[in-house]
Design a protein around this ligand. Structure first.
Ligand code: CP
Length: 296
């Protein structure tokens, strides 16, 4: 039984297969490849893109959604995550889960009788975000090799960053780390990717000299303690900074939602690729559902 709890659950060949299938769907249109399948979407944490693009992917591919409202469920009576998953897996062919605790998707997989897709678990991972990031780069660059990517912003608390780093390790890429000092990539993660990291900087301007600049917001909801971390003015990305410091063809990616770290004057500029990235979530998630449910 295939699941996607960590991006490391799939190898380079499978990553490429899913990305290529996503772009095939984008080019040739939707088809009902998953009739009669029931897919449960269990979101224990707020989401716009991931939840709606999964639900769109389910409907576009001819499957049915089994929706779960955490606030209206027996969680309110004290039911555990494990019991919730055991029951849901008896009613569905696949479970998509987002949960605020790191490791919750693995806990779900351990008790589920159907496949699990991790739609984000705490600070741990967000593997489906990574797949759509790669689809976007593959579509734009034509390959997942031969580019430089800057991972920028909150590298300490973002769950998209560990998943993306693990996936990029499969490809011939150069990585720049650019973050405010307090939000640097943890050492244990950095150590695993030393051969790819060509620069670590605390300057947004320096990080902009790259083919792709992948910005992340401060993950306030995951920062514990009393420290109120916000980006200083020099960490707000605007069009003027892009024009002064980015390469001519630099593209800005962002998993979204943005708060204030990318100003809206970039939206209509040639640097913007983040809306295409979000749109690619639907094609990517159809391709992933098909893979997990054995269509290819
Ligand atoms: N990128 C992402 O996970 O967005 P949502 O939180 O809106 O799902």
């Amino acid at each position: 039984m295939k699941s996607l709890v960590s991006i490391n659950d799939i190898d380079k060949t499978t990553i490429l297969k899913i990305c290529q299938r996503a772009l095939e769907i984008k080019t040739h249109g939707f088809s009902k490849t998953l009739p009669d399948k029931i897919i449960a979407t269990l979101f224990f944490e707020p989401s716009t893109r991931t939840k709606l693009s999964f639900q769109s992917a389910i409907l576009r591919s001819g499957a049915q959604i089994l929706n779960f409202e955490a606030d209206n469920s027996s969680l309110k009576k004290g039911e555990t995550l494990e019991d919730t998953i055991r029951m849901t897996s008896a009613y569905a062919d696949l479970i998509v889960i987002r949960h605020p605790e790191a490791g919750s998707a693995l806990r779900a997989q351990q008790v589920s009788s159907c496949p699990i897709i991790n739609a984000g678990d705490g600070t741990n991972e967000h593997p489906t975000q990574t797949l759509l990031d790669l689809v976007t780069i593959l579509e734009h660059h034509g390959s997942l090799d031969g580019f430089t990517i800057t991972l920028g912003g909150d590298l300490k608390y973002s769950r998209t960053i560990p998943s993306l780093l693990h996936a990029l390790a499969n490809f011939d890429v150069k990585i720049i780390l650019a973050s405010p000092q307090l939000l640097s990539l943890p050492d244990h993660l950095k150590a695993n990717f030393q051969d790819k990291i060509i620069l670590q900087t605390h300057s947004l301007k320096e990080g902009l000299k790259s083919d792709y600049f992948y910005m992340t917001r401060v993950q306030k909801e995951r920062i514990t303690g009393t420290t109120d971390i916000t980006f200083e003015e020099d960490w707000i990305l605007n069009k003027n900074l892009c024009e002064q410091y980015a390469n001519q063809n630099t593209k800005i990616l962002h998993p979204l939602p943005r708060v204030n770290e990318i100003t809206t004057d970039i939206d209509d500029s040639p640097y913007q690729l983040y809306f295409t990235q979000a749109e690619n979530g639907v094609y990517t998630r159809i391709a992933l559902l098909e893979y997990i449910l054995g269509v290819y």
